[in-house]
Design a protein around this ligand. Structure first.
Ligand code: AGP
Length: 613
């Protein structure tokens, strides 16, 4: 939810931290702050608002230091303001901390500390933690590392923290539980960040901290890694594959537009090494490893949130259609609290772009405790969800910076298509001819997405006509029902226009009362199984003066006669249709949001990764 960056070494810390915070703003941007150590004095600058506000505020202030910590916040405890901004100081001003996560028992800890004379300036749980560390250091005469360990043993909740001590100007202490934290290992320096994007331009050698681990990073020394039980851990240093330009905007106005246009490539990347057309073979690591589990499973249960939940719905249609395995799709936030009936014959699949969504991670842990086999479909390598599963497939969509998920959605669907076809082929539940045909069509999808992207100018024209609408309705049937939901989510989360997705047939059970000449209705009416029924739904809308924006198969003449706008997309099998029909909906939401001067990449109230519940 928040972004943290820290540095200790021989370079100037402030420029590294500031640039790193800007790369992490997608994780939250309510406030930002930095603490630097200069001649054993802590220089602390923090401001409400985006990182640029901090930059302006600190512009004329002393910043010389080779060690520092920085933070960009998405508020959980206490409103966004200067006082609640991180970093936070201990009572005696000696220690300073940054934190991503939630200390769930902060209130009881705070009361205890107040009884012991501590005074607090902010409403945050984080300030409680640094006071607790200070209290332990003083009363138990422990080293900072041991005091941090002792404090974290008293804490309940999620954290990624970095602590700096005014008296030890060449050392940082870091610790992690549930929230992500990556260490960059330089020649004679260390970097810390919530993900690798602030680190990658300095070093490709990283250590992903595991839950319950504590790291002591001392300039010019090796990493000292241990766990909460004070057992030494050997750090696993891996070389990052990501490169910096991959996270630049690449000439597009927004990350979201860049990521929409990256989809031919990201879909291709999702199939790389997995789709062997020549031999009609699919290789999905986790599926091979747990083949018997999958083939003998009672059912597959997807747990996810938001857009990932929509791709899970597509996965349900795919797997039940061709592999004939019962599938259920659960909102992770509901699943985790309803005491679900799960056993070892179940396979639970978590879908998550960030791999850090708290509800999805919690749902996974519950399923694991109940004996299910756990599979993950994530985009971020080394993320918490990815590391919590028995097996999984990375979507390899590349970094998705825009808060509104686009290429991750189509990459997830690509993995799900591979999974469904692989299982169907192993089970013999699909005719060989259809299997080969679908593999061949899947292989052509990147080219079809390129073609669908050519509708951009037409979509932009339509966006201009409806940019001031108060409501939108999105209708789809079958495989395109989840796409209708996704189109509606895209529009509302970046343009702030209310939008709802519905199964087209459901319209007559209520939503049709909303239809009037002010209501744009996006109808996905490609020439698929339920085409005629969608055409009837379009006629029902027209009969009530609704405005129809229809997504149709190229060459369609029927819908053209009744719709106000027709966007033609290339033909593909119904099984793969969502990979194409979603493209104009992504573009529509993007252009409407831009025309409404919304912050497309960082919409209000949202964060890219919801790492708290
Ligand atoms: C999608 O556009 C949203 N930003 C949001 O719904 C997102 O899909 C959801 O928070 C799940 O995130 P995850 O895939 O990283 O778990």
């Amino acid at each position: 939810m928040c972004g943290i960056v820290a540095y200790v070494g021989n370079k100037e810390a402030y420029p590294i931290i500031l640039k790193g915070l800007k790369r992490l703003e997608y994780r939250g941007y309510d406030s930002a702050g930095v603490a630097l150590l200069n001649q054993k004095e802590i220089l602390l600058y923090k401001k409400k608002g985006k990182v640029s506000k901090l930059e302006d505020y600190a512009a004329d202030k002393e910043k010389q230091s080779t060690i520092g910590i920085g933070h960009t916040r998405w508020a959980t405890h206490g409103p966004p303001n200067d006082v609640n901004a991180h970093p936070h100081l201990s009572g005696d001003g000696r220690y300073v901390i940054i934190h991503n996560g939630i200390i769930e028992n902060y209130d009881s800890l705070k009361k205890e500390l107040i009884n012991r004379g501590h005074e607090f300036k902010s409403d945050t749980d984080t300030e409680v933690l640094v006071h607790l560390i200070e209290d332990i250091c003083q009363n138990e005469s422990l080293s900072l590392e041991d005091a941090v360990r002792t404090a974290l043993n008293e804490v309940v909740g999620a954290y990624a923290i970095v602590v700096m001590d005014r008296e030890t100007p060449d050392q940082l202490i870091a610790a992690k539980n549930s929230s992500p934290l990556v260490i960059g290992v330089g020649d004679e320096d260390f970097y810390l960040a919530s993900d690798a994007t602030p680190i990658i331009e300095y070093t490709k050698n990283v250590v992903y901290l595991e839950d319950g681990q504590i790291a002591v990073l001392k300039k010019g020394e090796e990493i000292k890694l241990s766990n909460i039980q004070n057992q030494t851990v050997t750090p696993y240093i891996q070389e990052l594959e990501m490169n910096l330009e991959a996270i630049e905007k690449g000439g597009y106005e927004h990350f979201m537009l860049k990521e929409i246009y990256e989809q031919p490539q990201s879909i291709r990347n999702s199939t790389l090494g997995r789709l062997n057309l020549k031999n009609s073979l699919i290789t999905l690591g986790g599926i091979e490893e747990f083949e018997s589990k999958f083939l003998n499973a009672n059912r597959i249960i997807f747990v996810a949130c938001g857009t990932s939940w929509h791709s899970a719905l597509v996965g349900e249609y795919m797997i039940e259609d061709v592999a004939r395995i019962p599938v259920e799709v659960e909102y992770a936030s509901e699943f985790r609290y309803r005491n679900p009936i799960i056993n070892e014959k179940d396979i639970v699949i978590a879908i998550s772009q960030s791999g850090e969504t708290a509800d999805t991670l919690a749902a996974l842990e519950i399923a694991k405790k109940k004996g299910a086999t756990i599979y993950g479909i994530c985009n971020v390598v080394g993320s918490s969800i990815a590391r919590a599963t028995d097996a999984g497939s990375y979507t390899h969509a590349g970094p998705e910076i825009g808060v509104a998920s686009t290429k991750a959605f189509t990459a997830q669907i690509t993995i799900l298509a591979l999974m469904a076809l692989s299982l169907a082929n192993k089970k013999g539940s699909i005719a060989k001819s259809r299997y080969h045909n679908l593999l061949s069509q899947l292989n052509q999808i990147p080219e079809l997405v390129e073609k669908a992207l050519e509708t951009n100018d037409q979509v932009k024209y339509i966006a201009d006509l409806y940019q001031n609408a108060k409501n939108f309705l999105y209708l789809g049937r079958g495989y395109n029902f989840p796409v209708a939901l996704e189109g509606a989510l895209k529009l509302k989360e970046i343009s702030y226009i209310h939008a709802e997705g519905y199964p087209a047939a459901e319209m007559k059970h209520g939503p049709i009362a909303l239809i009037d000449e002010e209501m744009p209705v996006v109808a996905i009416a490609t020439r698929k199984g339920s085409y005629e029924k969608v055409v009837s739904n379009i006629q029902e809308v027209k009969a009530r003066d609704g405005k129809i924006i229809a997504i149709v198969t190229e060459g369609d003449t029927t819908v053209r006669e009744m719709a106000d706008h027709v966007i033609e997309i290339p033909e593909t099998d119904e099984f793969l249709d969502p990979l194409i029909t979603v493209i104009p909906l992504q573009l529509l939401s993007y252009h409407v949001a831009v025309m409404r001067d919304c912050n497309v990449d960082q919409p209000r109230n949202l964060a890219k990764s919801v790492t708290v519940e």
